[in-house]
Write a protein that binds this ligand. Structure first.
Ligand SMILES: [Zn+2]
Length: 164
């Protein structure tokens, strides 16, 4: 699983800017008045749909890079109520059937600007795939936090390499 280690709030000037520009375009309606427009119905649903497409594409890309094509892996966005507290994702796998499902925190529960949110979601996908790659190793309660640390380091290194 991926632990949440930072919280970034929308900066007030960005909220104001978006709200004003939407008002000018005539999109502001009664139910969005007084709340940030990214929480308005259409904007939030659009953000979720785009995030869904994004995580599926990233799964395909990283599954190949990590040579995990033998696995049938799905990724889904889930509300944080179905994740363990303070985590941003998890993976469940079945070594017999070689099927796995990655849960990534839904955009509805993110307070980050769009691109930062996508970067964070990609981190979660890669992190969970690295766990899958290590899944054949013996595990114990004692090795869990050491594994978590190693998985985070490897994930960051992979993402840094991919951005060069
Ligand atoms: Zn983890």
């Amino acid at each position: 699983m991926v632990f949440r280690n930072f919280t970034v709030k929308w900066r007030p000037e960005i909220i104001t800017f978006v709200f004003v520009s939407l008002s000018v375009l005539g999109f502001a309606t009664e139910h969005t008045a007084g709340v940030p427009p990214q929480q308005g119905f259409h904007a939030a649903d659009d953000r979720e749909a785009r995030a869904q497409v994004f995580v599926k594409a990233k799964l395909q890309f990283w599954q190949q890079r990590l040579n995990l094509q033998k696995w049938e892996i799905n990724v889904q966005l889930v509300r944080n109520t179905s994740l363990k507290p303070k985590t941003l994702g998890n993976i469940h796998w079945d070594a017999e059937t070689m099927r796995a499902t990655i849960d990534v925190q839904s955009s509805y529960d993110y307070n980050l600007p769009f691109q930062q949110m996508l970067d964070d979601m990609e981190f979660t996908v890669v992190h969970e795939l690295v766990h899958l790659q290590l899944s054949s190793l013996p595990r114990s309660e004692a090795s869990r936090s050491a594994e978590e640390h190693a998985v985070n380091e490897i994930t960051q290194a992979l993402l840094n390499l991919a951005k060069r």
